[in-house]
Design a protein around this ligand. Structure first.
Ligand SMILES: Cc1cc2nc3c(=O)[nH]c(=O)nc-3n(C[C@H](O)[C@H](O)[C@H](O)COP(=O)(O)OP(=O)(O)OC[C@H]3O[C@@H](n4cnc5c(N)ncnc54)[C@H](O)[C@@H]3O)c2cc1C
Length: 387
């Protein structure tokens, strides 16, 4: 099929990638975004080779690489003394093994590339357009917007994130707090931060995790501090945080952690709850509505695969539609190709939180490594997997 009229609810990384894939396949696409402006939070994102295989198939590989950083390796260090427990190859070995690089990119830069591509391909992009509900009626799907208007199309794709309104018609259960909170900040790379920028990685320890990597030509360092905290009720993406709060949480951790906390700019230090979704048994509603990305399978970020999974969904969905004669069949094929893998990654991401935040960091290098690469996730090519 082609020439379908498709509504994408949500213009995040998943929604825009889906719009690009669907436009390239000859469909008409409108993206409805709740925010007043298209954009992304000021933070980095890791694009694993499986994400880049998807982007390469959409003709965006070079543009993305030009704005990203390709590290040579990633180190895993011990919380007490900072000693290196493992060094993971992230350099040329990635391209050789998987045909695509492992990259770090600023979310805003990636988002801008995707938005340009949607517009160049003739996609329509609407802002301040909050979707409040969705449904289908015979061979038409519809969304209802916050202003009370209704838009119809052949297909509605719910790509509206962890708090998806489209997902509301699947189950009445909202996203749940996972017991993890994250603090994020970006700092300029100076003499002290230079070593961290050149040697990206993680520091692992009991109930806590620190992740850092360079952005924008190595001029900025992306810092993420994870902690377990029960009973957190605050909600939002930009709750201000303080260095002292982090110093308390990471009390007793090694000098590098103290150095990173000291460099944070409190004006731009935010914290938020990590929410996730339980797996659904199906994404297809009446052959007219489906889900993608966090709306379908929001996961904890402990394998850095949430955005990558959304990109895979987008490429596979467009292929299933192109290769099928009816939409119900296309959505069945999309779900059959994607649901099991997405659910597996959700589960493994939770398990990885326990491995990376174990009370026993000393034994990390003695156990067999189980992570996104050893599980084979990097080898998945959304452009060629059977659909
Ligand atoms: C701390 C942290 C670190 C992470 N690091 C990585 C990483 O390194 N690599 C990786 O692959 N993943 C990572 N992830 C996961 C990744 O950020 C998400 O999985 C990814 O952003 C999901 O994309 P999405 O487009 O599905 O949803 P979102 O990015 O949430 O986009 C949804 C869009 O829909 C809009 N929207 C919401 N509701 C509505 C509505 N009702 N109507 C219209 N529009 C709406 C939103 O404004 C937004 O633009 C991380 C997550 C966290 C929390």
């Amino acid at each position: 099929m082609r020439d379908l009229d498709i509504i994408v609810a949500g213009g995040g990384i998943g929604g825009l990638t889906a719009a690009i894939a669907l436009l390239r396949a000859g469909n008409k696409v409108r993206v409805f975004e709740a925010a007043r402006d298209f954009g992304e939070v000021g933070a980095g994102v890791t694009l694993a080779p499986n994400a880049m295989l998807g982007f390469q198939a959409l003709g965006l590989g070079e543009k993305i690489e030009a704005q990203a950083i390709s590290p040579t390796r990633q180190v895993v260090r011990h919380w007490q003394d900072g000693r290196v427990l493992k060094a993971l190859d992230r350099g040329d070995g990635m391209r050789e093994k998987y045909g695509a690089p492992y990259l770090y990119i600023h979310r805003a830069d990636l988002h801008a590339i995707l938005l340009d591509a949607v517009r160049e391909l003739g996609g329509e992009t609407l802002t301040s357009a909050r979707v409040e509900g969705a449904g289908f009626d015979g061979d038409q799907a519809w969304i209802e917007l916050a202003d009370g208007t209704r838009q119809t199309a052949d297909l509605v794709v719910g790509a509206d994130g962890v708090r998806s309104a489209v997902r509301g018609i699947y189950e009445p259960i909202s996203a749940h707090f996972t017991g993890h909170i994250a603090f994020r900040g970006i700092v300029p790379v100076d003499e002290v931060m230079k070593d961290f920028a050149e040697n990206p990685g993680n520091i692992i320890g009991p109930d806590r995790l620190v992740v850092w990597y360079p952005l924008r030509g190595g001029t900025q360092l992306n810092l993420v501090f994870f902690a377990r905290e029960e009973g957190w009720t605050e909600d939002g993406w930009t709750i201000p945080a303080t260095r002292d709060e982090l110093r308390r949480i990471f009390d007793g951790w090694c000098e590098p952690v103290r150095q990173m906390i000291d460099r944070l700019d409190e004006e731009r230090l935010f914290k938020w709850a990590i929410n996730a979704r339980t797996a659904l048994s199906g994404w297809n509603k009446g052959g007219r509505i489906t889900l993608l990305g966090d709306a379908a399978h929001a996961m904890t970020p402990f394998m850095g695969q949430g955005a990558s999974s959304a990109i895979e969904d987008a490429v596979v969905l467009a292929r299933a539609i192109s290769d099928s004669e009816t939409l119900p069949r296309a959505l069945e094929r999309y779900e059959a190709a994607r649901l099991e893998r997405a659910t597996f990654i959700q589960q493994e991401s939770n398990d990885n939180a326990n491995r990376l935040q174990s009370k026993d960091a000393d034994s990390f290098d003695k156990k067999e490594l189980r992570n996104e690469e050893t599980l084979g996730l990097f080898a998945y090519d959304s452009a060629t997997v059977p659909v």
